[in-house]
Design a binder for this molecule. Structure first.
Ligand SMILES: Cc1cc2nc3c(=O)[nH]c(=O)nc-3n(C[C@H](O)[C@H](O)[C@H](O)COP(=O)(O)O)c2cc1C
Length: 235
């Protein structure tokens, strides 16, 4: 954090917890502070402690995620804060962008779609698994880290579904499954931890990140236009 402040990185994003404690120092450096949140109360608390944006991440998202789905989460967050809201969890194309704009979000936060791009520093088998998977292929589990996270279902997620009494709190659980935790992303091992969202079901290719962004914008414009809505904000 100290290095980020010294280097005055333009945007600081916290994936866990409320980063409000560094907002004053970050603002003094001209930085923006954003926080991933999973419910409206967390969003409200982040706003009140000085965050500039909140990112509502729904249950369907890849990686650590909460229990409220994007469709219910985003309007609840929009209603509870005055700062801009970005929407994440289950967004991979222009239909998703258009939908969350309708819910009151200002933009999107996209994970799984970018994991399956040429530039992503992800194991090729991780990309392949996203491309080949349907929307039912993931599990929401505490089995890998001790906190709820969405990843591809495998023997470990099945095991802890049957034996929740053996789960350790975060971060101890990491040590219970240490090798498997690493093997997923490091070696592309399907029995390891491979975070991915339910939206894998509509991802069928590995394009460049640039093409993903361009395609999302083109498609959102045409979706909005179909309903007679101007898409000037998407220029
Ligand atoms: C492979 C993978 C790794 C991730 N790692 C992190 C992380 O280290 N920190 C974090 O805040 N979020 C992480 N996320 C979650 C994303 O920031 C984002 O909230 C999520 O992917 C959005 O939902 P989507 O996957 O449906 O697009 C990760 C997601 C994936 C798929």
């Amino acid at each position: 954090v100290q290095v980020a402040l010294e280097e005055a990185v333009p945007v600081f994003v916290a994936g866990m917890g409320n980063p409000g404690w560094l907002a004053e120092d970050a603002h003094a450096q001209g930085m923006k502070v954003m926080a991933l949140i999973g419910n409206a109360k967390q969003a409200y608390d982040c706003q009140n402690s000085g965050c500039d944006y909140v990112i509502g991440v729904g249950h369907e998202a890849g990686g650590h995620t909460g229990r409220v789905g994007t469709m219910a989460l985003i309007p609840a967050v929009v209603d509870s804060v005055d700062i801009p809201v970005l929407a994440g969890g289950g967004i991979a194309d222009g239909r998703g962008l258009a939908a969350v704009l309708m819910l009151g979000a200002q933009g999107v936060w996209v994970g799984t779609r970018f994991v399956a791009t040429k530039e992503a520093n992800t194991h090729p088998r991780h990309k392949q698994r996203i491309v080949e998977s349907q929307e039912t292929a993931t599990a929401w589990t505490r089995g890998f880290t001790g906190k709820t996270a969405r990843c591809f279902r495998n023997q470990i997620t099945d095991y802890y579904e049957r034996h929740p009494e053996e789960l350790q709190p975060f971060p101890s659980q990491l040590y219970s499954v240490k090798e498997s935790f690493r093997a997923g992303m490091r070696d592309g091992d399907y029995e390891g931890f491979m975070p991915a969202g339910q939206i894998s079901g509509i991802i069928h290719d590995v394009p460049s990140a640039r093409d993903v962004v361009a395609q999302i914008v083109i498609e959102a414009r045409s979706v909005l236009a179909r309903f007679g809505l101007s898409a000037q904000a998407l220029t």
